[in-house]
Design a protein around this ligand. Structure first.
Ligand code: BJW
Length: 234
């Protein structure tokens, strides 16, 4: 990686699979157990909030019991030692990048949750995010305005993912784009590889199997993230 200074890394559910967190579209994944349109759209939340809140309370509780794996840990090592710009754009709502030690709390955090996080609830009455500490199905009050109008701070289909300007700006400055553990089924994240290609940025896929966008990448390595990511980093 001699001529590389700025790296953008996109991660998806596959990086947390070996930590025991369900992916969405693999066999046995979340979308086999729940219909996407029943739990991951604003319309579903309006129609049946209990079903949606129960789904997210269950996911949040499960995530809390899981541990980081060698893939998160390798990225945290890269983060610690890398002198150039590094941005980890994760589609995951889990906090395993942070728990592995990828830098948070800096002015310019290097981990960005484009589909939100299970650590926060979002008040639909006053628009304030607050730490999500208890089950939302019990309708806790918003600590800011007192309304019982909290939803998970996650991005559902039809909603705008977070920090798109910062992501596209980082892609414009990147010398390498790496995609790890994502099926390439969900836009706009699935389009980052095409964006990178159009900008002349070299691209690398690390995934269990070829993703839907695999053909776009300059190089693709296939296998479990816990092996591929440390191999690439170290
Ligand atoms: C392993 C492994 C191991 C397993 N090691 N690998 C064209 C352009 C733009 C938008 C659209 C478009 N066409 C349609 C749209 C709309 C829509 C969309 O993409 N629909 C598709 C179904 C076609 N997108 C949206 O609505 C988005 N918003 C939007 O577009 O706003 C307008 C806009 C336009 C243009 C620019 C900017 C904005 C919002 C999408 C929100 C997605 N939300 C979810 C739920 C988040 C909360 C939650 O966690 O519940 O996000 S859905 C779900 O899918 C979740 C994930 O982040 C996302 C991606 O899934 P991921 O991570 O790829 O997981 P899997 O399961 O699909 O794949 C796992 C992979 O890992 C597999 O490949 C395995 O092989 C691999 N793997 N074990 C390595 N051990």
């Amino acid at each position: 990686m001699t001529d590389i200074r700025n790296i953008v890394i996109l991660t998806g559910a596959g990086i947390s699979a070996e930590s025991g967190i369900d992916t969405f579209r693999d066999a046995g994944g979340l979308w086999e157990q729940h219909k996407v349109e029943d739990v991951a759209t604003p319309e579903a939340f309006a129609r049946d909030p209990d079903l949606v809140l129960r789904f997210y309370d269950m996911r949040r509780e499960a995530i809390q019991t899981k541990q980081t794996n060698p893939a998160h840990e390798a990225l945290a090592r890269l983060d610690e030692h890398w002198d150039g710009d590094l941005l980890i754009v994760t589609q995951n709502v889990d906090d395993l990048h942070e728990r592995a030690g990828s830098q948070i709390g800096l002015e310019e955090t290097r981990v960005l949750h484009m589909h939100g996080t299970h650590l926060n609830a979002w008040c639909t009455a006053c628009d304030v995010r607050s730490p999500w500490r208890t089950t939302l199905i019990d309708r806790p009050a918003c600590p800011e305005c007192g309304e019982r109008a909290l939803r998970p701070d996650v991005v559902w289909f039809g909603e705008m993912p977070y920090e798109m300007e910062r992501i596209y700006a980082a892609l414009r400055e990147a010398d390498l784009f790496v995609s790890i553990g994502t099926s390439g089924a969900v836009y706009p994240a699935a389009g980052f590889v095409q964006e990178a290609k159009a900008l002349g940025v070299p691209t690398l896929e690390l995934n269990l199997e070829p993703s839907q966008g695999s053909a776009w990448f300059d190089e693709a390595r296939h296998g479990p993230a816990s092996a591929l990511v440390p191999q690439w980093v170290d």
